[in-house]
Design a protein around this ligand. Structure first.
Ligand code: CP3
Length: 353
């Protein structure tokens, strides 16, 4: 393997000294980039793009050609895992992801099993190909959905605002939901370990919908299973630690618990005060995120001011990876993303002397 030329991101996740605060953006490869839309059109569809090694590699690298990012993230989707379980993933134009066979009766749930990882070989092939294309430029992040977030899509059959179906199951038949979550946790651990074997240098667990749960339900149905996943992950590869980032959107109330999950870093959405978050997690974990993706719709000066405010909030020393508090919006002007990335690098140096 080629040596890593820029390991600032990995060092910050482990709270080791850095010269500046590293930055990447959730959904950095995506529809806000015209070159992404062109490649997706060549692939045919989003899923065809995920399954095409060469084109998935191309779109992963695209944002790095425009912006001075400190990490790349595998181009794929969290729903590849339930697709491999046989639920039949498809994307209805303008409606987001859907499953043809959602888990809505007991028989289907009893039949659910950890998928053969060979069904996900296209993901591991993309990881290996992206590592070759990066040739040590920056580290590559692998990812998965959390067991609970995957279950939301698997039970609802698609996106949801109220989560009425899965919450009905949670309160009426918790045994059935626990069975799904147990299988998901095993599948996610195997999936992330296979990404690490293929070359992922850090991994992130996206718990996008954990924040929709009550405090008690979050502990029992989301955090518990993320702990199981984290406990089963390989933590070293190529002679280096493979850091784990856990991101519960809306999880600001549970920072101490997330810091105790076994992860190296905790993702923050934009609703938290990062200075208070740092005080609450102490030395346990690094923090990632905190910039409201919608702030990219302000002026360039407003973007810089918001970057400055977050950097000052975190304060001196290592342990912060700058990021958005959720994925970049598809209507974002790429020029504004460049303003953000450059501002993070320029304005963070005084905090690392
Ligand atoms: O960050 C990156 O650049 C890596 C790629 C990535 C995608 N999805 C590509 C994608 C990652 C890390 C994801 C994670 C993901 N996927 C999550 C968790 C994070 C989050 O955003 O909350 C979730 C919930 C999904 C499920 C999913 N996939 C949804 C809800 C959608 C539709 C959303 C939308 O914006 O329309 C997708 C599709 C998807 N995944 C796109 C991309 C670039 C858009 C597909 C397109 O090109 O039309």
């Amino acid at each position: 393997m080629t040596p890593l030329h820029n390991d600032t991101f990995l060092r910050a996740l482990l709270k080791q000294p850095v010269d500046y605060t590293p930055v990447w953006m959730m959904r950095q490869a995506g529809r806000y980039l015209p070159e992404y839309r062109a490649t997706r059109a060549r692939a045919g569809s989003f899923l065809d793009l995920c399954k095409n090694t060469e084109l998935a590699t191309e779109v992963t690298i695209q944002p790095l050609e425009r912006f001075d990012l400190d990490a790349a993230i595998l181009f794929s989707d969290i729903l590849t895992v339930p697709d491999a379980m046989g639920l039949g993933l498809y994307f209805a134009e303008g409606e987001g992801p859907k499953f043809t066979r959602p888990l809505q009766d007991e028989a289907a749930i009893r039949a659910l099993a950890v998928p053969d990882m060979q069904k996900l070989d296209y993901v591991f092939a993309a990881v290996a190909s992206i590592r070759r294309a990066l040739s040590g430029r920056v580290p590559l992040i692998g990812f998965s959905g959390s067991p609970f977030t995957l279950a939301c899509y698997m039970v609802e059959g698609g996106g949801s605002k109220e989560f009425r179906t899965i919450k009905s199951m949670l309160y009426a038949r918790p045994d059935l939901l626990h069975r799904i979550l147990d299988i998901n946790a095993q599948a996610v651990a195997a999936y992330l370990n296979a990404q690490i074997d293929a070359g992922a240098q850090a991994v992130q667990i996206f718990d996008t919908w954990g924040g929709a749960l009550s405090d008690a339900a979050f502990q029992e149905f989301s955090l518990h299973y993320m702990r199981q996943v984290i406990g089963a992950l390989k933590r070293e590869a190529e002679g280096r630690r493979v850091p784990v980032i856990v991101f519960t959107k809306g999880g600001g109330l549970w920072l101490e618990a997330l810091a105790d999950s076994g992860a190296d870093a905790v993702g923050l959405d934009w609703t938290c005060n990062i200075a208070q978050a740092r005080a609450r997690v102490g030395d346990k974990v690094a923090l990632q995120g905190n910039f409201d993706p919608m702030a990219l719709f302000g002026t360039a000066e407003a973007v810089e001011a918001e970057v400055a405010r977050i950097l000052a909030g975190f304060g001196h020393g290592s342990g912060h990876v700058f990021n958005l508090g959720h994925g970049i919006n598809q209507h974002t002007d790429p020029a504004q993303a460049k303003v953000l990335v450059d501002a993070v690098h320029r304005l963070s140096r005084p905090y690392h002397v």
